[in-house]
Design a protein around this ligand. Sequence first.
Ligand code: NAD
Ligand code: DAU
Length: 343
Amino acid sequence: MTILITGGAGFIGSHVVRLFVRKYPQYRIVNLDALTYAGNLANLRDVEQADNYIFERGDIRQQDIVSALFQQYNFDGVIHLAAESHVDRSIANPLAFVETNVLGTVNLLNVARQFWGNEPAGKRFYHISTDEVYGSLGEEGFFTEETPYDPRSPYSASKASSDHFVRAYFHTFGLPVVLSNCSNNYGPCQFPEKLIPLMINNIRENKPLPVYGEGKNTRDWLWVADHAAAIDLIFHQGKAGETYNIGGNNEWKNLDLVEKLCDIMDDLLGRPAGASRQLITFVKDRPGHDLRYAIDASKIRRELGWEPTIQFEEGFRQTAQWYIDNTEWLKQVLSGDYQKRDV
Ligand code: NAD
Ligand code: DAU
């Protein structure tokens, strides 16, 4: 089996590539990534020499590139993670999100349809999406697979649009698709623009910790390797045309989470208890800031037997320790040197 993974040099993609390369030596894994600011080949140093791994630098929006890869490798499956993924950037530049998340996804769908058109049996197009497409919850309730879409940021609107196209290709053209919508991931190799690595880095450097608004917004955090394990299960066992919600059942208000991180970092860095909390600074809120996300993951538990393996306390410590141990990775990312790379 030959599988195309898009966005494999990013945060979640690199964990998915690693899992597939190691767990399935009989598969050939082709990682297509444009290496935008979010793509970093250092995330894959430990698997880049594997016999069953191939890196291809390219843009999912380019029809000729994607077609040439289908021609060359005759893919049996696609796991599509490539995207613009940061909400604040989508507020600054919505069009980039339409181009990659919507047009890039439709381009991939078109090429897959063209190559698999007459014989889609045994093929699979797996689209990775987010819980943000469902909108914002109040204090209670959970997103299920039946929750109506209500995206409220340019990022979530672009992901919702791509989800609709993926389902449309299933219904209209019979493309064998499967989708999943996951909550907030955390763990090693996350770009330090996102809440957890940003806070860990600022704590390390004794810089202010910018909490948006009053810090009451709530997210459901999942250890990234648990997301990768769910992706493995859904790719192999999910039903065509179906959607699976993935979440950690692990809700934290932002302020509580940042305080927890401060305490863990104080412990790991040998600082007096409470020292890092002094760095917390409340800043202007994100426009259209969704109050709460929370996933009901009972379908994937029931139908595929998936469970998160790591509790938040342990995952948080491991993440903080990873950033402390990998200062060179962080230094390269913060200086921009990671983009001066040989491919
Ligand atoms: P990321 O920003 O860390 O990585 C995105 C990757 O896609 C990068 O390697 C980048 O170079 C690549 N890429 C971007 N545009 C491209 C293009 N036009 N052509 C080819 N490659 C391109 O993202 P992430 O956080 O790892 O998220 C991966 C996927 O999972 C996204 O689809 C995102 O919407 C989804 N998701 C993320 C989370 C989360 O918490 N991070 C949660 C749920 C779903
Ligand atoms: O829910 C899944 C989504 O989670 C993914 O689809 C997105 O790709 C991913 O970026 C993430 O989106 P969020 O907007 O929830 O993540 P972010 O890390 O940007 O912010 C988490 C929360 O922390 C959010 O309520 C905003 C807040 N925040 C964020 C930053 C960067 C702050 O208070 N201060 C900050 O500096």
